[in-house]
Design a protein around this ligand. Sequence first.
Ligand SMILES: *Cc1c(COP(=O)(O)O)cnc(C)c1O
Ligand code: SF4
Length: 508
Amino acid sequence: MPDEKWDDWRWQLSHRINSLDEVAQVLNLTDEEKAGLTADDKFRVDITPYFASLIDPDDPNDPIRRQVIPLGREQQAFTAMMEDSLAEDRHSPVPGLVHRYPDRVLMLVTTQCASYCRYCTRSRIVGDPTQNFNSRDHEAQLEYLRRTPQVRDVLISGGDGLTLAPKLFEKILRGLREIPHIEIIRIGSRVPVFLPQRIDDELCTMLEKYHPLWINLHFNHPNEITPEVSRAVDKLTKAGLPVGNQSVLLAGVNDCVHIQRALVHKLVENRVRPYYLYQCDLVEGSGHFRTPVGKGLEIIEGLRGHTSGYAVPTYVIDAPGGGGKIPVMPNYLISYSDHKVILRNYEGYITTYEEPEHYQKHDQSTCAYCQHERPEPGQSGVLGLLEGERMWIEPKGFEDIHARGNTEAHRLQDPSKWVPFGVGAIEGKAARPLPVLKDGVNLDTERAATDTNAGIVEAGDVESQEARNGSANGSAAGAPNDKVPYGPGEEPRPREGEPTASAHGELL
Ligand SMILES: *Cc1c(COP(=O)(O)O)cnc(C)c1O
Ligand code: SF4
């Protein structure tokens, strides 16, 4: 294929592959994929040649393949399955406009996408040209917005607005910008993932005219971030759009801490901010992609603190029945049994998410990301418990540190975590008595200089210093005395009513 064609988004769109024959030309299909591709009333299949080129033709578990090639089992119904699980149709004052939150709306401008994701939450309308929205619908949506001044944020989605004819898309942006109370416009699009060629200079120059404009993309796996995608994202950020990402947690695609960490690292490297990680919706066709909620919690636990805060998305469940996105965290997670999760949204709406009955666990033995996990002390803690390496962790370092010779001071074994700059390297305990500051004056230096403060340091010091060094023979567990310099972490608690010394910068 000549590059001019491959790099032309119009060529990519008009050469999408969808039939069994076409797909079989580029992938070695399994029987279940053949069944999926020939099923009668399946959700639409269409894959850009670019996206198909990222698939390993011989790996039936390829994470990109699983997102776009149907399996026979996607036809299987499951408990709590719904056609419109977020009750969007019920919350639509005009066709395509979902007004669920007080100050923002979702505006569906088309049902068409560049390729189709098997787990699509809007598969009831998406991909169906007979249910598409036209200019008259767009005008009705704009008219609703003109007379609804509480709306300050409009989220353009679909389908995918960036598949519309450029002129038509611009007309929608212009219409929104003419409404004074609309502060921000956001675009939700998977075009930069399926069709990065579409993000060209012409598009970016057009978008720039309608700021403040934000964009959320939809990456699920690090394999989706190619040089083409990096170029597309770079153009968007240069055009001044903050770029975010919304992922869906999918069994067999990204239900793995190590895959998710690799994904978010690649995203922030490309200046894309992970925004949401969605629990897979209870929508027809997505049964085999669903994971337990505990999997999402485990992933967030494996990211938070272990990597940049910028790289950690918020894990949300879009409320079945239409309560909006609910973060899976205290205050919102009310209760949890072996098959149901009870949640409440910001308004007090209470809903349940039914856990999948048949979750096929992520196979760590064949996952390259698990095999090359980042060595990281501390990861073995709670994750070790989750993975069954251990059953409990005994608390350490809570002993009376003086009585026990301070061999295991709580939290302080790794000095790099706590030694204040300038105090010096200390292997878990003070190598020498640290200076005691009183009213900002270093008493030790003062004493050495003038030799008039000798009374401050008493014989007891030697004894308690031995206790600190762990060389005490048991009898030297002298009670701390407030004239004694203590090593970091060894300070006695302040007396009742006394301010803590460190809070006043008195004692290092
Ligand atoms: C996701 C969504 C929004 C935007 O929600 P944020 O949490 O602000 O990103 C608005 N309306 C609907 C119907 C949505 O589904
Ligand atoms: S890009 Fe979005 S709307 Fe389109 S098929 Fe995928 S999930 Fe559905």
